[in-house]
Design a protein around this ligand. Structure first.
Ligand code: PGA
Length: 240
């Protein structure tokens, strides 16, 4: 099971002081062998976080990368090899918060290719909006995002899919268990081999419901991941 913390644009150096709680918990967690914890902080914290986690099996990832895999005049941007060089092992690509501001499927495809070339594992986010859900075109939307996002990528072993319905991100809403099971089933069938995570308002309460959806391979957790107590709670409860 994957537990991926997406810190979004939160966190300064001091925020790393809370990491020891999660590290200590994880050190003695009985189900440790079957769990992967990955923190995706803002780029400014990748290096210091990697250093803090040196003695832990918790890994670090980034939240996005530029589509260009060489260097260039792209003020304010960071490419995949730069992320790799400071310790990132993963990168989130295609998050709806970026799609919303103009990130296209084509850009996402280039970003994924670049990340794989830099030996980063990809957390590829897909998901439908509320409007698309109401129109009952969720599967069509996901299919298109997968097809275009993974265009000409033959080896998808290093790609995790994060199914994140846009309407559930940060809203406290989660899909009905049956819908979620069906959608994850659909994605897995379409992708053949990949692991599929769920993301969107995962918290210590609704994990009691989510954990019974047996085809989910983990969670991408935003808000709740910034609070070590909540994050630990989610992990623990997934196994009770
Ligand atoms: P949330 O965010 O858990 O705060 O809804 C999830 C995400 O955006 O990855």
């Amino acid at each position: 099971m994957y537990f991926i913390a997406n810190w979004k644009m939160f966190g300064v150096l001091n925020s790393l002081n809370s990491l020891h709680k999660v590290m200590n918990f994880f050190k003695s967690f009985k189900k440790k062998k079957s769990v992967k914890i990955i923190y995706c902080p803002p780029n400014t914290l990748i290096r210091p976080m990697t250093k803090r986690l040196l003695k832990s099996t918790i890994e670090v990832g980034a939240q996005n990368c530029h589509e260009n895999d060489s260097y260039g005049a792209f003020t304010g941007s960071v490419n995949s090899s730069m992320l790799k060089s400071v310790g990132a092992k993963y990168v989130i690509i295609g998050h709806s918060e970026n799609r919303q501001f103009g990130e296209t499927n084509r850009m996402i495809n280039l970003k994924i290719k670049s990340a794989l070339k830099s030996n980063l594992k990809v957390i590829f986010c897909i998901g439908e909006t509320l409007q698309e859900k109401r129109k009952k075109i969720t599967k069509k939307v996901l299919s298109k995002q997968i097809k275009l996002g993974l265009n000409k990528i033959k080896d998808n072993r290093n790609i995790l899919i994060a199914y994140e319905p846009v309407w559930s991100i940060g809203t406290g809403l989660i899909p009905k268990p049956k819908d979620l099971f069906d959608t994850v089933y659909f994605i897995k069938k379409r992708m053949k081999s990949n692991k599929v995570l769920y993301g969107g308002s995962v918290n210590p309460k609704n994990i009691n419901q989510l954990k019974f959806i047996t085809n989910i391979d983990g969670y991408l957790i935003g808000g709740a991941s910034q609070d070590p107590k909540k994050f630990i709670d989610i992990i623990k409860k997934s196994y009770n």
